[in-house]
Design a binder for this molecule. Structure first.
Ligand code: IPM
Ligand code: MG
Length: 355
């Protein structure tokens, strides 16, 4: 089991280090190899996704990823910004299926901005298409002024597009996931305005006929954003495009009160995957030893489950995380009166001990 370890920027290095300790505490044999990515790679090699890093990721069975990005790179050309590293990995590895669970942990109900009864036992699976849509549409660019009065660009554009096979394969992922859950899929679109998403809706409906045991409904994205804060428990599996999925998954993650707790998996057709926490690089708290490593540790569990075929080990890690929460241990982001605040290192050590 070969794992490419790409910690990245900001808190990425601290949280990935704890996840690696947890993996090493399992009685399994891994070959772990670490490489630079994002801003850290830009500093060292002048590119956020160096050839060697991409090669390592491609050859590995799975990638354990931290986070990339820092405001200090905002003025760089787009192709050199840290975010291009994760987009490049997704595209080059064909990681089209992004699974983002939004689960409300019993002990963290109070950390949500929503009333407890709205989110207690919440368990949504957002399935975001990850290699198409406006993120990767062509053409894209800026048009330069021609009247000579204003230097620089006068307009900019990105193109939204989806092909039938791209929609079909993500729809299959959603229906198959629903079969293992409550057999309901909500497909989120903007078919009332966008041609791309009328097509999305039509293709998802067609694929849905192959799954008569799964109930499919459709929702416009603006309504979905509203329903997520009004009655989130109405959702089970949500499938949507790259851009809407980016936005809705942040919303869903935050309403659990546990953004520091939520893992994600990005898979290709052969179940090779990249596993990363749902949160970002948080440069404002980097190096302080206060970041929550649990989302990354739970991402390592998803890696064992989806790419490495080690379901038992995945469950052991998930049980260990529940046990440290039950012990009352909390990093700063999920701290509440009556619990014990611990550092990143202490949280990692507690999970290892629980294992
Ligand atoms: C995410 C992030 C990325 C995205 C950025 C960092 C490119 O927001 O994984 O959700 O937009 O996909
Ligand atoms: Mg995002």
């Amino acid at each position: 089991m070969k794992i490419a370890v790409l910690p990245g920027d900001g808190i990425g290095t601290e949280i990935v280090a704890e996840a690696v300790k947890v993996l090493n505490a399992l009685d399994l044999k891994f070959e772990l190899e670490t490489a630079l990515v994002g801003g850290a790679a830009f500093e060292a090699y002048g590119h956020p996704l160096p050839e060697a890093t991409l090669k390592l990721a491609k050859e590995a069975d799975a990638v354990l990823f931290g986070a990339v990005g820092d405001w200090k790179y905002d003025t760089l050309d787009r192709h050199l910004r840290p975010e291009q590293a994760i987009l490049g990995l997704r595209k080059n590895l064909g990681l089209f299926a992004n699974l983002r669970p939004a689960i409300c942990y019993e002990q963290l109900v109070g950390a949500s901005s929503l009333k407890a009864e709205l989110i207690a036992d919440l368990d949504i699976l957002i399935i975001r298409e990850l290699t198409g849509d406006i993120y990767f549409g062509q053409p894209r660019g800026r048009r330069i002024a021609t009247d000579g009065h204003f230097p620089g660009a006068e307009e900019a554009f990105d193109t939204m597009r989806y092909s039938r096979p791209e929609i079909e394969r993500i729809a299959h992922v959603a229906f198959q996931a629903a079969r293992k859950r409550s057999k309901r899929v909500t497909s989120v679109d903007k078919a009332n305005v966008l041609e791309t998403f009328q097509f999305w809706k039509d293709v998802v409906t067609e694929v849905g006929r192959q799954y008569p045991d799964v109930a499919l409904d459709h929702m416009y994205v603006d309504n979905a954003a509203m329903q997520l804060v009004r009655a989130p428990k109405k959702f089970d599996v949500v499938v949507t495009g790259n851009m809407f999925g980016d936005i809705l998954s942040d919303e869903a993650a935050m309403l659990t009160g546990s953004i520091g707790m939520l893992p994600s998996a990005s898979l290709n057709a052969s179940n090779q995957g990249l596993f990363e926490p749902s949160h970002g690089s948080a440069p404002d708290i980097a190096g302080k030893g206060i970041a929550n490593p649990l989302a990354t540790i739970l991402s390592a569990a998803m890696m064992l489950r989806y790419s490495l075929n080690q379901e038992a080990a995945a469950q052991r890690i998930e049980a260990a995380v529940k046990s440290v929460l039950a012990q009352g241990l909390r990093t700063a982001d999920i701290f509440s009166p009556g619990t014990t605040q611990v550092s990143t290192l202490e949280m990692g050590a507690a999970v290892v001990a629980a294992l």
